[in-house]
Design a protein around this ligand. Structure first.
Ligand code: GUN
Ligand code: ZN
Length: 470
């Protein structure tokens, strides 16, 4: 047996399919191995299954045992802003004022390499402490921030997607980047970083409001020249923003039509938010294979609105969905908190559906799809996010051949009240069935936070371990 093989033993929970396909029977999409063994070599999963079965095949491999933990695939944050690490929790404004007052001034500091380096250390520390092993990130209009982002991601061995963030209007002149400079710098950064190690590059027009026709046309050209790059942007987050986008692009009948006009909507395109998308726009996302990143922490913190989860998961026009913290619009790094708010958004949507206040007519199936149980929630945070980002061949569960990124959750940590709540599900020996595992995980997403993240492993190595509390 090769010396580079090593193994992790414990209770494993992952998703093999989309749980929205099995309403009321979501466990069919999940796999739970109460005493499992994961064999890792060179950062990849080379074998997985029950301890008794797999240990027979790998008797000489050194084993790290993680008792009292639920081991899940590493969380994927599909929409986060690296240069907003320090401005989370900014008081009192909705999107457009918030951007001008808090965000752009902070992002301007990232042209300073020393500041960007310090911030990158904080950013990746916070991600790992929250259980995130992959993110798709915005940087700033200064290439320095993109360079430092990728440099720190490489030090951590993390799979990330990011790109120079283009904006050439509705921001101070010293923050804007011209379409020509954006084109030239993006080409240089793609040549340096795309597909180097675990890096992937996203051509990143910040949003239609902040991008002129010339900037969008340059993105079209870049996508044509680099079809395997991602596109990362924002859409329909806030009603004032939607009206401004329509005023800036009067020839486009809705927000999605702007990205269609420039040939960007399609595979590997992700837009954050989509709170105010029409049914027709959801349909066009679904048909083209474009993804939406649902950012409930941010949507509530900035008062943007309630994402229509049940509509986006309509089986007739199922949109690829990730979840994102949208730091610093979102006010916490861990997807555990994102799932808590996602659950609440779904519940509030249903209040409106039941009260017939919602624009869409009362629809029991849609109301059911709004309900985020643990299977659905952790699907979005793992395999669903990977599917949205076209990375499900590499990430998202414990299937053999995938990259060994995972998180070990302590279901008893978190809020003080947590342990007694969880003791109703099972004893300290841990869950015996998939239903018990899902009940504990719902407890984590409903009452938990980054205190539930005991360890985060990246590329087969432990990258974070929570300090014991005194
Ligand atoms: N739209 C354009 N830029 C941003 C940003 O930085 N954060 C959020 N939440 N929305 C945006
Ligand atoms: Zn954002």
């Amino acid at each position: 047996m090769s010396a580079s093989f090593h193994a992790v033993r414990g209770s494993f929970f992952d998703l093999l399919d989309d749980p929205w396909k099995y309403p009321g029977r979501e466990a069919l999409a999940a796999r739970f191995v109460p005493d499992g063994l994961l064999i890792i070599a060179e950062g990849k999963i080379v074998d997985f299954g029950s301890f008794t079965e797999v240990s027979n095949r790998h008797s000489q491999v050194p084993v790290t045992h993680l008792p009292g933990r639920l081991i899940l695939p590493g969380f994927i944050d599909g929409h986060i802003h690296f240069p907003q690490t320090r401005v989370l929790g900014a008081y009192g404004h909705q999107l457009l004022d918030w951007l001008q007052n808090w965000i752009i001034p902070e992002e301007m500091r990232y042209a300073d390499r020393t500041y960007a380096q310090e911030a990158a250390r904080h950013f990746f520390d916070d991600l790992l402490a929250g259980g995130v092993t992959t993110c798709q990130a915005f940087t700033t209009s200064s290439p320095v921030s993109t360079e430092e982002f990728f440099a720190e991601a490489a030090r951590r061995g993390m799979r990330t997607i990011a790109g120079l963030t283009g904006i050439d209007r509705h921001a101070p002149a010293e923050y804007c980047i011209s379409p020509q400079d954006f084109y030239r710098e993006t080409k240089r950064l793609i040549a340096t970083y795309h597909k180097q190690g675990r890096h992937l590059y996203a051509i990143t027009p910040r949003f239609a409001v902040g991008c002129t026709h010339e900037m969008m046309a340059v993105c079209t050209q870049l996508k044509r020249e680099h079809p395997d790059c991602h596109i990362n942007t924002h859409i329909s987050e806030n009603p004032t923003e939607v009206r401004l986008a329509q005023a800036e692009y009067p020839d486009c009948h809705d927000y999605t039509a702007v990205y269609e006009k420039y040939g960007l909507l399609g595979p590997r395109f992700t837009a954050g938010h989509g709170v105010w998308l029409s049914n027709s726009e959801f349909r066009r996302f679904a048909q083209t294979g474009a993804a939406i990143c649902f950012c409930p922490l941010s949507n509530l913190f900035l008062g943007s609105g309630l994402f229509r989860l049940g509509r986006a998961t309509d089986p007739e026009q199922r949109v690829r969905l990730a979840i994102g913290s949208d730091i610093g619009g979102g006010n916490a790094f861990t997807p555990i908190r994102v799932l808590e708010e996602a659950y609440k958004v779904g519940m509030c949507n249903n209040t409106m559906l039941d009260g017939s206040v919602n624009a869409c007519e009362h629809d029991a199936a849609e109301a059911e799809r709004n309900k985020l149980n643990a299977y659905r929630g952790f699907y979005l945070a793992t395999l669903g996010g990977a599917h949205a980002l076209y990375l499900d061949d590499k990430l998202g569960n414990f299937s053999i051949g995938k990259e060994a990124d995972f998180v070990a959750l302590d279901w008893l940590a978190g809020q003080h009240a947590m342990a007694w709540r969880q003791s109703q599900v099972c004893g300290p020996e841990g869950p015996a069935t998939v239903d018990q595992a899902a009940s504990l995980l719902f407890g984590v997403m409903a009452c938990g936070d980054d205190r539930n993240v005991a360890e985060t492993w990246v590329n087969g190595r432990r990258a974070y371990q929570k300090l014991p509390t005194i």
